[in-house]
Write a protein that binds this ligand. Sequence first.
Ligand SMILES: Nc1ncnc2c1ncn2[C@@H]1O[C@H](COP(=O)(O)OP(=O)(O)OP(=O)(O)O)[C@@H](O)[C@H]1O
Ligand SMILES: [Mg+2]
Ligand SMILES: [Zn+2]
Length: 330
Amino acid sequence: MTDTKSKVFSLVHQDRLPIPEIAEMLGLTEDQVLAMAKSEGVARSKSGTVPLTSLIPDRGHTVTGRQPRTCDEHGPYESQQWTLNNAPERMPVAMRSFWSQCPECNRIGEAEVARRTAEIRNRKANVDAMRKEALRASGIPERFLDCDVWHWQRGMDKQREVWETVKSYCIRIEDVIQHGRCLVLFGSSGTGKTHLACGIVRHVVEKGGTAKYLTIQDAIGLIRSTYNKGAEQTEDEMLAAICNVDMLVLDEIGRQSDSAHERESMFRILNRRYSDLRPTILVSNLERVGLFKFLGQALCDRLMEAGGRFLSFDWASQRSRRVSDSGGEE
Ligand SMILES: Nc1ncnc2c1ncn2[C@@H]1O[C@H](COP(=O)(O)OP(=O)(O)OP(=O)(O)O)[C@@H](O)[C@H]1O
Ligand SMILES: [Mg+2]
Ligand SMILES: [Zn+2]
């Protein structure tokens, strides 16, 4: 923190570096930067200029000198020397006082900073809005919208093991997407599979990628809807729409009663993504043997290509834990 603070300190002293730009550089919020600047005795306006004119003596500065100066562009002006009254000890002496610049140049400079600040804030707002929209469009169910990978509880060894794999998967998400590395989350009910899968979707979106969460039943419904007369999309267009994302989660694999049809749809989606070298995450509460049988050898091989992993969620349901909040069994 002290290190960040000293970086803030030196950056806020750079004339006309907009606060949002400093915040961006250091990965802090604008308010954090302003607070640190203030605690160092540096007065900066919200927009980020060094407002020499606003450093009034009762804020801790004294006028210690006056000098006539001439600006090449704007002609003569009186420059004033401002000296900090209670400078922090480690502040270099050269920084404790300064001569004011041409007021007209200041005005122009501040206008430029205000313009840059507005530009940065606008860009940020646009990016935020796009992420929000992408998250909404990802299809994460309402109940799992706030789920993320990082807060997933991992008190048990088995949980920790699974989580470590998912964590590295997320940390290397660019690589995962580039190589189409898949994951299969399987195991008993209430063990947090959907929670983690939605967390990965969220992570991809936050990284600026596109991701979709669908139950296999939803996917089948979407494909079937194109069979209707007057359907707006062809079957192939719908399949493309489902598959055309950086990351796709298919949940509830193996739950459908019409398993032949489910398998066929799943194969078509997975094959398409496999040929496009795109990763898919399958989520199922079948146990290992049942799942392998359902998927078949050929598909299992494909899922494990490029370092894909099968992760077993083999512990008690966390749903009952939540309700009773005591760790008691169902
Ligand atoms: N490790 C965990 N940390 C935090 N919350 C958890 C964890 N495991 C489960 N939960 C919570 O418990 C509930 C059940 O989890 P989830 O729906 O993800 O289970 P699931 O494995 O998908 O079950 P099912 O196979 O029945 O679909 C959710 O509210 C989820 O947020
Ligand atoms: Mg689930
Ligand atoms: Zn000037």
